[in-house]
Design a protein around this ligand. Sequence first.
Ligand code: NAD
Length: 431
Amino acid sequence: MVVDVDVRAQRSAATDRAAEDLFEVAVEQFHIAADVLGLEDSMRRILSHCQSELTVHFPVEMDDGSVQVFTGHRVRHNDGPGPTKGGIRYHQSVTVSEVQALAMWMTWKCAVVGLPFGGAKGGVRVNPKLLSQNELQNLTRRYTASISSMIGPNQDIPAPDVNTNPQIMAWLMDTYSMQVGYSVPGVTTGKPLVLGGSEGRNEATGRGCVFAIQEASRVLDMDLTRSRTVVQGFGNAGSVAARLMDDLGSPVIGVSDSSGGVYNPAGLDLVALSRHKQRTGSVTGFREAQDITNEELLLLDCDILIPAAMEGQIHADNAGEIKARLIAEAANGPTSPEADSVLYDRGVVVLPDIFANAGGVTVSYFEWVQALQAFPWTEAEVNERLQRIMARSFQAVYETAQKHQVHMRTAALVRGIARVAEFTRLRGIYP
Ligand code: NAD
């Protein structure tokens, strides 16, 4: 679809570091796009830093009466375009570098789809599966209190990410509201519907990703009803993307979660699979499919691959063997820079995270607007507006790719960075 400049040459110094230092990867991607844009040095210096980072160590009372101390972060990359926006993840591998990278990508993502937000991200280093609901609530409330000086409806607005959900956003909103003394539904998005959540928010990331695939399939001349899909990660983003691809007539032949994957070349029965996962806690062991590893899943013979789990899954060692023709990144940062080059050389089209998973933050933006106006929209309105934004953004990124002769990730970064640089130039430096 797109002819690139020699990305490999630009990345000659790179090694496969995706899992090690994600922020370095994000900064490297930034400089590649900044080169294409001819961005001035002063602007590079500003935009390649996160503007504020808060690390908190906070105590949580556990069910057995003991007290444990957890570490969390909240990072704001750039608030030039407006309040900052970004999810909160609970995961045992959270690092500040990861949170910085995710915050930077949020800035570009919001700019790519034209939202009036800068980027932020939060994370707590914890395996939430080891906590009871009560402990999860205690942890969420104390983390919220610890970062409350940083967040707010006009300042920085969290949302769900890996292992966080509407209930957790409800506790966050309640804690913040209790601290300021009145209810503030606009402090977070991804809330339960009754608390001012938006119709369609739960499905938004997967749905937006599928809208992105539909747009790409037109220019790639792919018939989705003849295309087999594989999805890595069967959580919020992945399970919805899988269901919607199936609805479009594209059989989903493989899915996985953190325990492993399942494969059925004739297509998986996703309703039965979801029931199986609810019952057993994992997709593995589903009797109408064969168990496979996550590594095998990525290499399955398919047309469309949707990574919807964690970062660093597609790397220099497996990129050469991936069979898919189109990769749509529902996850953030699933592909290392080295893998990007290999895939590009092999003609595999990658719809990059900062475009392909922007449906989540787009409907979060809709939720924030609805909360500020106290005026809910219907699900049809939400989905229709999301579809328009994803289609318009695809066209813009695609045209940028062709204009600069770069691949889609660099094109999306070029668009996002150009927009944030323009905000920054117009606002100037104060004081
Ligand atoms: P989630 O917690 O709902 O689901 C994550 C899924 O990935 C789970 O099924 C988990 O078992 C699986 N998983 C974890 N490690 C894995 C591994 N090594 N191999 C295979 N599967 C693994 O999280 P989510 O909200 O769906 O987020 C998934 C990705 O999408 C993340 O990268 C997140 O940043 C990104 N994302 C999410 C949203 C959103 O709105 N939820 C928005 C934009 C981007």
